[in-house]
Ligand binder design. Structure first.
Ligand code: ITT
Length: 199
């Protein structure tokens, strides 16, 4: 039987990041009923895998098995060419325990200066995984390429959005209207693949 997500299905959004949860709800809204991992008291699992895909699957599986419902999870991050892809899967961890992204963006800038490179190209990746309780799972990946600017600009979005200018645009993700980011982001690209596979 093909794996399909019927409209009206209740999905658990397996994230504890409010910025990400908002974007997932915007992408899924109207089609599904969304419950958050927080509402269901599902604890955050340790992200022990070494790839976005591995961590997305781990988070979706954890939430699906604990809730008994179909779960969707995102593992994502910023990769900087001149830093050999860092912070990558460590993007959240670069912000430290207080999740201070001003600190994380300053660290990216400091590492770039240390590297001596003038290459400011970077990309965001989002792996989106859907897991059925005690059943199969599906994972896809989306990417958006662009460049970094310092100091950061804009108050929208979350995480590293103020320093990222998507290719072909002048505004950072932090300056863009949220709907404009949702039309071109790594998460939107992954979501389009998920839609083609499951809806
Ligand atoms: P969950 O695991 O609970 O979903 P998290 O924040 O720990 O939340 P990740 O491990 O996937 O999630 O970390 C991804 C980090 O990468 C995230 O905290 C952001 O700082 C950054 N990031 C991902 N997508 C982003 C986006 O669209 N804009 C800005 N930063 C983003």
């Amino acid at each position: 039987m093909p794996l399909l997500l019927a409209p009206g299905t209740t999905l658990v959004a397996a994230t504890h990041n409010p910025g990400k949860a908002k974007e997932l709800v915007a992408l899924l809204d109207g089609r599904f009923t969304i419950l958050s991992a927080g509402e269901l008291n599902i604890p955050e699992p340790d992200e022990t895998e070494s790839t976005f895909v591995g961590n997305a699957l781990l988070k979706a599986r954890h939430a699906a098995d604990l809730s008994g419902r179909i779960a969707i999870a995102d593992d994502s991050g910023l990769s900087v060419t001149a830093l050999d892809g860092a912070p990558g899967i460590f993007s959240a961890r670069w912000a430290g325990p207080s999740k201070d992204f001003a600190e994380a963006m300053a660290k990216v800038e400091a590492r770039l200066i240390e590297s001596g490179s003038d290459d400011r190209s970077a990309w965001f990746t989002s792996a989106l995984a859907v897991a059925w309780p005690d059943g199969p799972s599906v994972v896809v990946e989306g990417i958006v390429r662009g460049g970094l600017v310092f100091p950061g600009r804009g108050v929208h979005g979350f995480g590293y959005d103020p320093i990222f200018v998507p290719a072909g645009h002048d505004q950072t993700f932090g300056e863009m209207d949220p709907a404009a980011k949702d039309a071109i982001s790594h998460r939107a690209m992954a979501f389009a693949k998920l839609k083609a596979a499951l809806f």
